[in-house]
Design a protein around this ligand. Sequence first.
Ligand SMILES: [Zn+2]
Length: 286
Amino acid sequence: MKVRFLGTAAGGGAPQWNCGCRVCEGARAAGVSRTQDSVAVSGDGHAWYLVNASPDLRAQLLATPELRPPAGTRDVPIRGVLFTSAELDHTLGLLSLREAAELDVYATEWVHEALTTAFPLQAVLSGYTRVRRHDVRDGESIELIGGLRVTATVLSAKRPRYAGALAPGDSVCAYRFDAEGRSFVYAPGLAAWSPEFEKAIAGADVVALDGTFFTEDEMGATRPASGMGHLAVREQLPLIEAHPGPRYLFTHLNNTSPLVLPDTPELAEVVAAGADVAADGLLLEL
Ligand SMILES: [Zn+2]
């Protein structure tokens, strides 16, 4: 199995265009840029699946050699797109794939519903390409091309701000990919280490965790991380230490997180707990 991290920031990227906070200023000074979260996963190194399609997708694809079309063709090896949520930073990039001959889109029924009603992305796209909808369900596995099997675990009912009028449902999930005895879990929106999540990561080789906020009060006391569906990194560190085995990598970093920057005391805390932070372009071969 191969896993390529295309982007490792939360919505807005890091630095964020309109933000002059300490972290964004530090990132500009250090030349650090993290694009919005997405990974590409392949079971055989030929057929690839995108998990999330961020507004930065075009630049991410151009920077990723294995996702280019073979010379003289338009046969890009992307066989589908899976959504962990209907958030804009996870879905807007689908519009940038409208030149595709067809698109296979995997998401929960709730996410498909949000993307056909509150934000009619799939209706807009259908004017350009053929979109095939695939429903994923909590705990159910789907066979993908290239010897890859994916299993969704619903994590929370957090809704995007544009979809507040929709009834809550299975709006945020993690995916576990299995191929040839190796496994990778992608969970950029993790509200809690629930028993279901612990089952999803059991025996996994690599687990990508929610690194949105380093601390619960990073956005101020009135906007706690938990209120936005994210378990703070510092609260996950003891859980990591209590669940040894997988390699743990944090991704989906908000521009306020000190983990955006290299060589911080907060990164040292993460490393001391046995985890690390993913970087844009990181390639894992499991
Ligand atoms: Zn900032």
